[in-house]
Design a protein around this ligand. Sequence first.
Ligand SMILES: [Mn+2]
Length: 324
Amino acid sequence: MDYQKLLSILRGHRIWIQTHNFPDPDAIASAYGLQYFLDYHGIPANICYNGNVDKISVAKMITNFDIDMRPICELDLRKDDYVILVDGQKYNANLTDIPGEEVAVIDHHKTVKPCEYLYKDVRLCGSCSTLITQYIKESNTPMTKKIASVLSYGLKMDTDSMNRGVTKLDIQMLEYLYDYTDRELVQSMYNNGIELKDLRAYGAAIENIQIYDCIGLARIPFDCQDALIAMVSDFILRLDAVTIAVIYAERNGGLKFSVRSEEPGVHAGDLTMNALKGIGDGGGHFTMAGGFMPAEYRIEVNSVEDKALYERFVNAVDIVKQIK
Ligand SMILES: [Mn+2]
């Protein structure tokens, strides 16, 4: 991390902070914290994203903290604009390539396809909010109640309340944020996070779940938001018989995957990439990953497709364990 270098690269340009598509709380918190950091150092920047924001938890966050972020379709983006990517990297399936030059990246995920940037800060830890907090702390930028609350919410959401992928840096940054955070507000944001319409997805997964060894696979036979598929995947992982959860839902004629692993030695990103090799792609970090299988690889009968996918994931578990 070299915040001076980042600032000097950005100075004098028109800046966009871009999150991954369908941004989750960590992506939004990171973008918002970075916007504050840059603004304090005299660099105005706007936040943009692709995809909808229709999850109640995300909508609540934007309203509660009065976050100004715009979908890219509403914006006049120019080729010579500078883009900073947060909580995602160029060439990721869930990050739209927008006009403008991707000059910088700050992310906590493993790199799927390498790319050159003028400024690159990719470190594996529990949340991207952790990294942004460190920028504010180490540059002696004053921390505010609002920024601290947003960042600690993003940090806690992405680490499943400090239970998932946590590193020492996450703990240190959460401790730093603690004194500034409006803890009651952050606590209240955890309430009422599930919408009635979400229950359909949970219901479908419960109905369809099949468990093989420690892998729980379930199909959601309709389209739903990435964030909701991820929530269902987290939910299935809570079953005592399941240490790897693979949830997939309809998406543009193909299938969208959300994978979770708490199985020792099984990296969720590597597992998903291997399982979908040749029929799609996937990646992510140790405990959580995503993937997509396009329409052309679909098998018409659901039960046959489920079986084929199950075999792919079972075989991929062996492959990933061997790599290790
Ligand atoms: Mn994240």
